[in-house]
Design a protein around this ligand. Structure first.
Ligand SMILES: [Zn+2]
Length: 304
């Protein structure tokens, strides 16, 4: 996105709305580099999901969450380490317990500084939003699963395994049947493949598809995507179907030894035809690149 059309990635806590009793979303207002943010309350504690980009957004989120909590204990978690999701966590230090899965903690530590530099290079608006960022490391780290008791409500934090990033995590509120997916799901947008070889090749189209199959099967009532409108289980099915088609169309052309340029052109045209209203068309090419790298050597067809 060019500098002159890039709006400020500002979180507006005034737009918060309740999805279920004491489960709030601060919507992204369809702004680039603004995530959907969650605030989930129980009797004695409140969990915030995502910080927004940079300390100024995070300070607003913290103030909003503390006002909503009214003295209840605060927790923070992030769905993955990408800047608009996690690069504000420093503001929560001393105010909230920051809790994430181990792979994400590792991403923050190992890849955080490089992403900070890369995002600062995206232009003045983003660089300004990232002013003063120090990458905060979590207070509590879990391996695969963590059940967080908020008092009369247990929230399930689940590491999904490598998909959109190495350390993706989803957050489930079982009693309200709400699922926060982070960037595993974007509504009305082509799946974001942060495929930047040789610097970052953690995203995996095949593993992502496997994760989406599992999530779609559970069909939660409410799905809060990383970006885009809150919806229902159809959001999960949409991403699953898109990733499957992207893989099948890419691999079919790879099997017939088409060059990557040709594959990108043909598959992009096909996907845009299938989803003319979806944004983020630039991510199709990245997805094709990733899946070309994941193309298996000649052998039996995949069983799925
Ligand atoms: Zn992301």
């Amino acid at each position: 996105m060019s500098e002159d059309v890039m709006p400020e990635p500002v979180v507006d806590v005034g737009g918060a709305r309740e999805l279920a009793r004491d489960v709030l979303v601060v919507p992204d207002r369809r702004l680039p580099l603004v995530p959907n943010i969650g605030v989930i309350g129980g009797r004695h504690s409140v969990l915030v999901v995502e910080t927004g980009l940079g300390p100024r957004n995070a300070a607003k989120v913290l103030e909003f969450a503390a006002g909503h909590a009214k003295g209840r204990r605060l927790y923070l978690t992030t769905t993955h380490f990408h800047p608009e999701h996690a690069f504000g966590a420093q503001v929560f230090a001393g105010e909230a317990t920051f809790l994430v899965n181990r792979d994400q903690a590792e991403d923050l530590k190992v890849k955080g500084p490089g992403y900070l530099e890369m995002f600062r290079g995206l232009g003045e608006v983003v660089a300004r939003g990232l002013e003063g960022v120090e990458i905060a490391l979590p207070d509590v780290v879990y391996d695969r699963e963590y059940d967080l008791d908020l008092g009369g409500r247990v929230v399930r934090l689940r590491a999904t395994g490598r998909a959109h990033s190495r350390g993706d995590q989803v957050v489930e509120v079982p009693d309200a049947d709400v699922l926060f997916t982070g960037d595993l799901v974007e509504a009305a947008q082509f799946a974001i493949f942060p495929w930047f070889p040789p610097h970052d090749t953690d995203v995996s189209g095949t593993r992502w598809l496997a994760v989406m199959r599992r999530l779609a099967e559970r069909a939660p009532r409410v799905v809060v995507p990383g970006h885009g409108e809150v919806g229902g289980p159809e959001l999960l099915a949409d991403v699953r179907d898109y990733l499957r088609l992207l893989r099948d169309e890419t691999w079919a052309r790879r099997d017939s030894a088409a060059g990557e340029r040709t594959i990108v052109e043909e598959v992009s045209a096909l996907m845009i035809e299938r989803h003319p209203e979806w944004t983020g068309r630039e991510w199709i090419e990245k997805g094709v690149g990733c899946l070309c790298a994941e193309h298996p050597p000649p052998g039996p067809d995949p069983v799925d």
